[in-house]
Design a protein around this ligand. Structure first.
Ligand SMILES: [Mn+2]
Length: 644
């Protein structure tokens, strides 16, 4: 289970509305705005702030409350190499030296530190030699699909007799369960099972395989505190006793290391082998889709995978999916994995069967890839339709509960946790809905749906999917409820940020009350979301050159967060686009030209058409319109600090 941040491709960055120079109803302000030293508002007293704003109109006493991400000194070598602003960004992301920004493959952590790797690689290599049938047992998300694809492709190229199985999550549950082993044995009659992206807690499944005379090699990346199953080999950087230098490889990263080692030992013995590095496209996709923490090792993997795809050196399925999503392959970024490809592949696992997703990545025939990509696109559309419907219903329930405090600017919620259930909700999307509600209200959220869509009686089972906030370990909170109410929860599992559980429908209200009671015990301050800023930009940073520098210096994502800046700007002009986006023309002190900014799906309540100065939190982007490129600020949050 992963805390998927990337679920959708309806990102606001699609098809930027690119207006002509705005002509707004507001008179253009020609007042000179001196914002020198004003953008560090996080450290500015309200009085200083008020005094400075005398110059641009009436002070509104509002500004954003932001937490500065950067603390401490920037080493000289970073400033010399990357400049002041970039140096500061890197230090706030735990980079201390130029060396840590080295993305060459030679910097990848050595495979030899992975516990169990040599034993596992040897078993797999011998199975190839002895022509034993190998069955890959994957998982039903994008990490599982890319892991499965990578293993199947590499093993086929090495001459193995290999099949794969992606268990139906609704039928078989999570991990290598005894039922999956039995099902796999019946259908494929394997002599060796290799799990990818799952299996670290599957003691019973391994025992069942043993009983049936099937060897098991487990490859996984999920956390565990208990001992590993007694499989023939277990490879997981997070298993007890593994000294591998990164704990952040995702399932496909582990599969990559395992196949790399198998290929290497076979090459050394002069046997059939393959080049595993050509599959870094899959590693990059799975790593971003699984929201893998972007430490140096993962950044190297993702950087090389992205470069390969940009040059067209990748599975045709990835090209076909990018085409369906309307993305230009030459320009794709890590975000496109998250917003364009992963949701389409995940849709297969959520709505139907992950086999379609794996087959799309496995084929080398573009016609076939195209057909499967269209099918995945269709599944993604139905996934989104169901999700929208569920979200609307969930929102109206939240409204009815009067959880939102209307008196404040931001949606607030009186209760410290949210639990929702509807008879007609769908198992496949409750995790997404929980994630969205959590983001909207910043509360741990559990959304339930019937375990079996047709069974909604009191004695029938409902399954919940929970998402949490930093500081509230949701699996532990559920465990606390389970300890106090031994018969209430039938199954549960998960980790700090995400969890799943099964209860009887009749117990929903009782569970909800018990869960709220537990979460209520957490400190109040955990329930207000901090917004971070990388601080102010210098005038030369408001340039395309700086945006390019940001894009080129690294991939950004989980664990290496994309930069967000804040600053105070004079408002020169504004325009509302398509009734939902706010386009601003801004002026910054020391910058000779007007600066374009856009707030997608802006908050009507935050905007005052009289605004003459704004404090904004923003990211930098390039707007392309009719062949012209220009700098654009994407507004993430805004406070009107002065009005005319
Ligand atoms: Mn995974």
């Amino acid at each position: 289970m992963s805390t998927q941040n990337y679920q959708d491709d309806d990102s606001p960055f699609d098809n930027h509305p690119s207006p002509n120079p705005p002509k707004s109803a507001q008179a253009t302000s020609t007042q000179k705005f001196a914002n020198a030293n004003l953008s560090h508002l996080t450290n500015t007293s309200v009085q200083d702030f008020e005094r400075a704003f005398d110059k641009v109109g009436r002070f509104t006493s509002k500004h954003l409350t932001l937490a500065p991400r950067h603390q401490g000194d920037v080493p000289d070598e970073l400033t010399a190499m990357f400049g002041e602003t970039l140096g500061r960004l890197l230090v706030s992301r735990q980079i201390d030296s130029i060396d840590e920004m080295d993305m060459s493959v030679a910097k990848l952590l050595p495979a030899s530190d992975l516990l169990g790797l040599d034993v596992g690689a040897d078993i797999i290599s011998r199975a190839i030699d002895e022509n034993k049938r190998i069955l890959i047992v994957g998982d039903f998300d994008c990490d599982g699909a890319t892991s499965t694809t990578l293993m199947v492709r590499c093993l086929r190229e090495m001459g193995a007799d290999v099949q794969f199985l992606v268990p139906d999550r609704f039928k078989f549950g999570y991990g290598l369960t005894p039922q999956i082993v039995e099902h796999g044995a019946e259908e494929f009659d394997p002599k060796l099972i290799i799990t990818v992206d799952n299996g670290i807690s599957s003691h019973e499944g391994v025992a069942k395989a043993d009983e049936l005379g099937i060897d098991v090699v487990i490859t996984d990346h999920h956390l565990t505190t208990s001992s590993s199953p007694k499989a023939s080999a277990v490879i997981n950087p997070n298993q007890v006793g593994c000294e591998f230098g990164s704990k952040w490889l995702v399932g496909v990263g582990v599969a990559f290391y395992v196949m790399g080692r198998v290929a290497k030992i076979r090459r050394e013995m002069g046997k059939s082998t393959t080049q595993v590095a050509k599959y870094l496209d899959l590693v990059a996709l799975g790593t971003i889709a699984d929201v893998g923490h972007l430490d140096q090792n993962n950044r190297i993997l993702v950087t090389h995978g992205l470069n390969a795809i940009r040059e067209g050196r990748c599975c045709v399925g990835i090209l076909a999916l990018l085409e369906q999503a309307g993305r230009d392959v030459r320009k794709i970024t890590a975000d496109d994995f998250g917003f364009a490809i992963a949701p389409r592949i995940n849709a297969a696992g959520r709505m139907d069967n992950m086999r379609t997703g794996v087959e799309c990545l496995l084929t080398d025939d573009f016609g076939e890839a195209h057909r499967l990509a269209i099918e995945l696109n269709r599944l993604n559309h139905s996934r989104r339709a169901i999700e929208t419907q569920m979200r609307d219903e969930a929102s109206s329930i939240i409204d009815e509960l009067h959880l939102s405090d209307e008196s404040d600017d931001k949606p607030k919620c009186a209760a410290k946790a949210i639990c929702l259930y509807q008879d007609n909700w769908h198992q496949g999307v409750i995790g997404i809905v929980a994630g969205r509600i959590k983001e909207q209200l910043y509360r741990p959220t559990i959304v339930f749906a019937p375990a079996d869509a047709d069974k909604v009686g009191d004695d029938d089972l409902i399954k919940g999917s929970g998402r949490s906030i930093v500081g509230v370990h949701i699996r532990d909170a559920i465990e606390t409820v389970a300890m106090a109410n031994p018969e209430l929860i039938l199954h549960f599992g998960g980790h700090a940020m995400a969890a799943g559980l099964t209860i009887h429908k009749r117990d929903f209200e009782r569970f909800k009350a018990e869960f709220l009671k537990v979460v209520d015990g957490f400190d109040d301050e955990l329930f207000s979301e901090l917004k971070y800023t990388d601080g102010a930009l210098t005038p030369p940073d408001f340039s395309l050159a700086f945006v390019h520098a940001l894009k080129n210096v690294s991939v950004w994502g989980n664990g290496f967060l994309p930069p967000a800046f804040d600053g105070v700007f004079e408002v020169v002009n504004f325009r509302i686009l398509k009734d939902k986006h706010l386009k601003l023309t801004l002026r910054a002190d020391g910058v000779q030209y007007p600066i374009d900014a856009i707030w997608f799906n802006y908050d009507v309540d935050e905007w005052d058409y009289r605004a003459s100065a704004v404090h904004i939190l923003f990211t930098l982007d390039i707007n392309e319109w009719q062949g012209n490129k220009s700098l654009q600020l994407i507004i993430k949050d805004l406070a009107v600090c002065a009005i005319d």
